[in-house]
Design a protein around this ligand. Structure first.
Ligand SMILES: [Zn+2]
Length: 275
């Protein structure tokens, strides 16, 4: 991506920041949907004015005193499951990466059709694949936080949850220049601690609407069918670009993405406005 295009994407993210101002005092009603971002490049990467110092690793003794920024995010009781729209807009999300074996193929297809998606990355994967993380950001995709080691957060102490998530915020910001605005708990396992830590670190929790079950390697056709059958306005699709053999996920995208576009869907990323 050219510097110019990168600057455009950053500019769009800053527009997102302006849009979210004044909305942060809204109550976080559970189960509410996110608003779609159209055009798709307007990622919410900079949706909150969060300085790195708000999530830098702090001494263990500091964990009990969360940063109380004015207008901080409300602590939700449920993750966001879908976008709030009646338009034919759909979100594609890819978890557990980046992985040099599969992420490049997904990025190539998304680039070919000029659409933006969400990548919920793990810190330990990002650490070894920073070029791929930068490539995601340069292409205008939204990078979300999926913890450092992909643990079952509901079995962990609050300080351990914070360590997993905060470290991952840090590597995303250090590598791409933007902190993540979204996070997704591994295995979809959320609890009060997880929601609270995410909110403290300036991120909204996003789950999914349609699970392709691609992690079970059910066959490319099965993944395509899951997207085809699940497609509806505001749907968030879950797939994976790492964590096992994801060649079926890469191949399926090459079929279902043009199908979605041909049937009138726009593939977009959510923005945090009014969530
Ligand atoms: Zn995962």
């Amino acid at each position: 991506m050219s510097q110019g295009r990168r600057a455009l994407v950053r500019g769009a993210a800053l527009l997102g920041l302006a849009a979210v101002a004044g909305c942060t005092d809204k109550a976080g009603a559970p189960g509410r949907a996110a608003s779609p971002s159209v055009p798709a490049a307007a990622g919410p990467g900079a949706a909150r004015a969060m300085r790195p110092s708000t999530y830098r690793l702090r001494p263990m003794a500091g964990y009990g005193a969360p940063h109380e920024a004015p207008g901080r995010l409300p602590v939700r009781r449920e993750p966001i499951l879908r976008m709030d729209t009646r338009d034919k807009i759909i979100v594609l999300s890819f978890d557990d990466g980046p992985d040099p074996a599969y992420t490049p193929g997904i990025l190539r297809t998304l680039r070919e059709y000029d659409v933006r998606a969400m990548f919920f990355v793990c810190g330990e994967q990002a650490e070894w694949n920073k070029d791929l993380l930068r490539e995601m950001a340069d292409d205008g995709h939204v990078i979300g936080n999926h913890t450092w080691t992909h643990p079952l957060l509901t079995k962990m102490s609050r300080s351990a949850v914070r360590y997993e998530i905060e470290r991952t915020c840090e590597i995303i910001d250090d590598t791409t220049g933007e902190p993540p605005a979204w996070f997704r708990a591994p295995y979809g396992a959320w609890n009060r601690n997880v929601f609270r830590v995410g909110a403290e670190l300036g991120m909204e929790p996003l789950a999914w609407t349609v699970d392709t079950n691609d992690w079970m390697e059910p066959g490319t056709r099965s993944i395509i069918r899951a997207v085809r059958d699940g497609a509806a306005p505001g749907v968030v699709v879950l797939s994976h670009d790492a964590g096992g053999n994801r060649s079926q996920s890469v191949a399926a995208l090459r079929t279902y993405l043009p199908e979605l576009l041909d049937s009138g869907y726009r593939v977009a990323v959510p923005r945090r406005r009014e969530v």
